[in-house]
Design a protein around this ligand. Sequence first.
Ligand code: NAD
Ligand code: MG
Length: 394
Amino acid sequence: MTKPQGIAVLGATGSVGCSTLDVIARHPERYRVVALTAHRQLDKLFEQASLFHPDYLVVADAESAARLRARLAEAGLGGEVLHGAQALEQVAALPEVDAVMAAIVGAAGLPSALAAARAGKRILLANKESLVVAGSLFMDAVRGSGAALLPVDSEHSAIFQSLPADYAGDAESAGVRKIILTASGGPFRQRAAEALLHVTPADACRHPNWSMGRKISVDSATLMNKGLEVIEARWLFNVPPSRIDVVVHPQSVIHSMVQYRDGSVMAQLGSPDMRTPIACALSWPQRIEAGVASLDFFAMGDLTFERPDMQRFPCLKLAFDALETGGDAPAVLNAANEVAVAAFLAERIRFVDIPRVVADTLDGVSASASRSLADLLARDDEARRFAEERVGSC
Ligand code: NAD
Ligand code: MG
């Protein structure tokens, strides 16, 4: 029997982290949890530690670490408890870790995902912000170390599965005409522009098809999520924005498509359940049980398609524009969006202010050609400060 693969789950207590552990628990002979990380949800992390017995646990600060250590000792559980951002990078690069699930939310997930890339790991990438902030640097690190990069975002998993198995980043020679990202349209797809003035965080987090963390739920409601995914696709598949289309498909059955030169369209379909792309990334090129029910074509109803409305949802256009501008403009877009979404969730600004904060930050913080991680993080910081001030004047 072959040795189980060592897995580090970064962001284990989140929506993607929990779904990942659900899949791993179905295959104890294939996977062994080496490290679990969380920010501040100690109860959940403790519960996960008692089920999976990781060698390492990482939390945000020394005080949380001391509390977790005490609870583990009391329960007679082992596991070394570390804390801080540096410790995330450390566990991502451990020699006994074969694969890293990068499922921290936001740019906070970049340094650890990059550490996994530099250490040549198999990276299961849910944290799309890594590629939005540092696409070029990240892909260079993957190529430089020979790491394997497997998309977890459902759309990118669909595209990955619809491209030729030997696709090496050359759309032209693979005969790819377009990459078509599908979007559910979010909870406000049918709301009039005036109604968007009054929507609440709870309304925005009530996604019609997917159950997700709060930040990505708001991003889905503004369509910024699709904008971030356009940038993610640009880097994962090395395609220019002119070859990427967005199609609103409210049923979320088709997870995305690839259109070829000869007129063929390859698509991946499935239930809207993240365990499918997670299992696919974990086991590729094999297929493992993920606990997901088969699609029932007779119960499914109509599949429909619409053009995205960039007037009501300007964030999608802002993301296309930032990608065209290039350099670190996508990092500025992402930082401003994180600040604006947090402010909306804290009820400091309205839903319609989110694109305004992002647009003004893109105007106010000029893009340059940041190359290093330090440069990109400095630009991220500058954009956050600008956006925070702009929030104050909403
Ligand atoms: P979530 O909010 O449910 O979970 C986030 C996780 O990151 C938690 O474990 C939290 O403790 C940890 N975390 C938060 N801030 C941190 C910080 N500063 N430092 C260290 N850890 C921190 O988020 P989610 O919905 O699971 O999304 C995670 C990532 O996956 C995001 O980048 C999101 O865009 C992407 N993604 C999610 C889904 C989904 O269905 N939820 C689908 C596709 C992609
Ligand atoms: Mg997605």
